[in-house]
Structure formats: C-alpha cells, structure tokens
Design a protein around this ligand. Structure first.
Ligand code: NAI
Length: 327
C-alpha cells in the first residue's frame, strides 16, 4: 500500500447478487486485488423468481481460474436464515469478513396504482430487508474484529425518482436511511458507504417488464446510448473497490456513478426561514409568504446526523435572534 496501490491480500469479501452484471464485476475486481470472495447469488431471473447455484458457481470458478480464492453461495439475502448462511460461508471457508457489498437486487416494475402486495413485498424483501439480514451478522463480526468496510446499493430511481418503480425506489431510499443510522452507531474502524450505480451491461439496466410504457422506456434507453461505452460495470467496480479498501477513510456517504462520471450525493437543508421571533407559530399564510426563502437552495447545510441538524438550527436561531440562553 505504500505506493498507493490498493492491496486486499488476506482480506475476505462477501458480494451479494454477484452473478449479476455489477456484482460479478465487483467480485472480480476485489479478487484481482487479492481478496477471497463469497460469491453470493440466488440465481433466477431479474424479478427474483427461480433459484440455482450455477450462476454463483460460474463466477466463483472464474475467480479461481484467475488464481483467486472464491466460494459460491446460493442463499437468499431476503431472509434472516439466508443472511446468516451467507456470512457463515465466509467464516467457514476463509475465517473472517472484511468487506460486505450489499448488491443483490430484483425488480417488479409497474405503475404505482397497479403494484400488487407481492410486487411491493418481493422488492422490499431483497433490497431493504436483505440489507438488514446480511449486514447484521457481518457487522457484529466486524465489530469484534475491529475492522470492516460495508457498501450498500442505492439507486437514482429512489434518490431522484424514476417512473414505474415506487416499490424499488422506496426500498433503495430505505437502504440509505439504514446506512445513515448505522454510521451513527458504528465504530470508526468500520466504514460504511452507499453506491448509486448505473450500468448498461447489467440485467437490472434492462426493464424487461410487461407493465410499463414501452415507448417511454425506449426513449430513455436511447438517451442512454450517449457515452454507452462508459456504462460498463467496471466503472462502478473501480469506486466499489476503493470504498471496500483500507484506503477509504470516509463513511456514511452516497456515491453516484453514471456514464463514467462520479459524484457524491447528500441530503442538504436549506438556510431556510427562522419564523417570527415572538407571538407563537406563524400562520399558513405566513408560510406561503416565505416559502421562497424556506425552499431557496442557494445556501444549505449538510447535517451529519439528526442531532447535528438540531445544532445547525439552534445556531441559525442564535444568529437571527441572539443567543436565547443568555438573554
Ligand atoms: P442484476 O439483475 O444483473 O444482478 C442482481 C443479482 O442479484 C442477480 O444475479 C440476481 O440473481 C441476484 N439476486 C436477486 N435476488 C436475490 C436474493 N434474494 N439473494 C441473492 N441474490 C439475489 O442487476 P445489476 O444491474 O447488476 O444490479 C446490481 C445492484 O445495483 C442492484 O441492487 C440494483 O438495484 C442496483 N442498481 C443497478 C442499476 C443499473 O443501472 N444496473 C441502477 C441502479 C441500481
């Protein structure tokens, strides 16, 4: 590491959904840096239907053929038993867990009003509950070890919104909420981040659904043709490799990769409006009169926690009205 090169020799990584477009790229990239990999994938189709070990075995075999260490796991992330089995595979075969990449995903796209209970449950189960079920046992172990790197997977479909994906977008934003709480609790030697990937070479990138507006999707995909050569999963794998490494000294952040363009995403709070000093709450009409200032994003803060937001507001009120405590 002294030359700045990321070396994961001796480390152990779990990559869920590692037979898919992005997961496979992550697994190969981490293995190329020397990490032993638990290649987890339920198999099946992009809707999460069906199972099979063949897909995970194929990627594990690919890693071993390149001289790396890998074991396949076909357990589901979507149950507590599955999450425990995945982490146990890492312990049984390699003795520890340094890196967890929560990447497994499915989709059940439809207009909001058409989503069935099954559509909602299936997607929340894999993306959101799956993030709990795999991360809890892995995190407990990382705490005992005194080291860990956890990567969650969000999506622009939640952060910004894309049509036909209310179930998926909600699950992905739930994952970011989970990450933001976990970083408040985690010791500093465990770094936790979220990647918002985009990759045309992967199965999730293709809608493959019959309940969406095909013309709309075709138009979106056509727009994606610009810089399509920069949408290979390896662009995301480079970021994930850094986030997974000891060199990553940041935590609690969300990172976007889109057409080989990298950016950090965050939740900000506008400078806002302090409201009237005296006389109780403002009226709804007062709010209407100040909504421009309340929503004005020219100045903003990036709270690091809910408690931090409280401190930011208190400082803003102190600036506006003078320090309330010393008056
Ligand atoms: P993919 O469909 O190619 O790979 C996902 C893999 O997860 C599949 O191999 C599937 O078998 C596996 N999987 C599904 N349910 C599982 C379960 N219960 N347990 C274990 N494995 C399971 O999808 P892709 O594109 O590689 O996506 C990877 C992640 O990136 C997903 O979380 C997805 O939501 C996210 N993402 C992808 C984007 C893209 O442009 N490809 C955009 C935004 C987010």
């Amino acid at each position: 590491m002294s030359d700045g090169r990321i070396d994961l020799s001796g480390q152990v990584a779990i990559v869920t959904g590692a037979a898919g477009g992005l997961g496979r790229a992550y697994a190969l990239a981490l293995a190329a840096r020397g990490a032993a990999i638990v290649v987890n994938d339920l198999g099946g189709d992009t809707r999460g239907a069906g199972t099979g070990t063949a897909l995970a075995e194929a990627v594990a075999g690919e890693i071993r053929a390149r001289g790396g260490r890998a074991v396949a796991s076909a357990d589901t992330v979507a149950t507590r038993a599955g999450g425990e089995a995945i982490t146990r595979a890492a312990l049984d075969h390699f003795g520890r867990i340094d890196i967890l990449v929560n990447n497994a995903g499915n989709q059940r796209n439809a207009l909001f009003e058409d989503l069935t209970d099954e559509d909602i449950e299936a997607v929340l189960a894999v993306h959101l509950k799956g993030a709990f079920f795999v991360t809890q046992p892995a995190y407990r172990l990382m705490k005992r070890q005194g080291y860990g790197r956890i990567i969650f997977t969000g999506s622009q479909s939640g952060t910004f919104g894309n049509p036909y994906r209310a179930n998926y977008g909600a699950a992905k934003m739930g994952v970011i909420g989970l990450m933001r709480v976990l970083v408040q609790e985690a010791p500093p030697e465990i770094r936790i981040n979220c990647v918002m990937p985009n990759a045309s070479g992967s199965r999730m990138g293709a809608p493959g659904e019959d309940r969406v507006d095909k013309d709309f999707i075709a138009a979106i995909l056509a727009r994606g043709n610009a810089y399509a050569d920069r949408s290979a999963p390896d662009y995301c794998a480079a970021l994930v490799t850094w986030l997974a490494s000891p060199a990553c000294n940041l935590t609690g952040q969300t990172w976007s990769v889109l057409r080989g363009h990298y950016a950090r995403m965050f939740s900000g709070r506008t400078a806002g409006w302090a409201g009237p000093r005296d006389g109780g709450p403002p009226s709804a009409e007062d709010i209407a009169a100040h909504v421009g200032a309340i929503g004005d994003a020219a100045f903003w803060h990036e709270p690091q926690s809910g408690i931090d937001e409280g401190d930011i507001v208190r400082a803003a009120l102190d600036r506006e009205y003078g320090n309330m405590e010393i008056r």
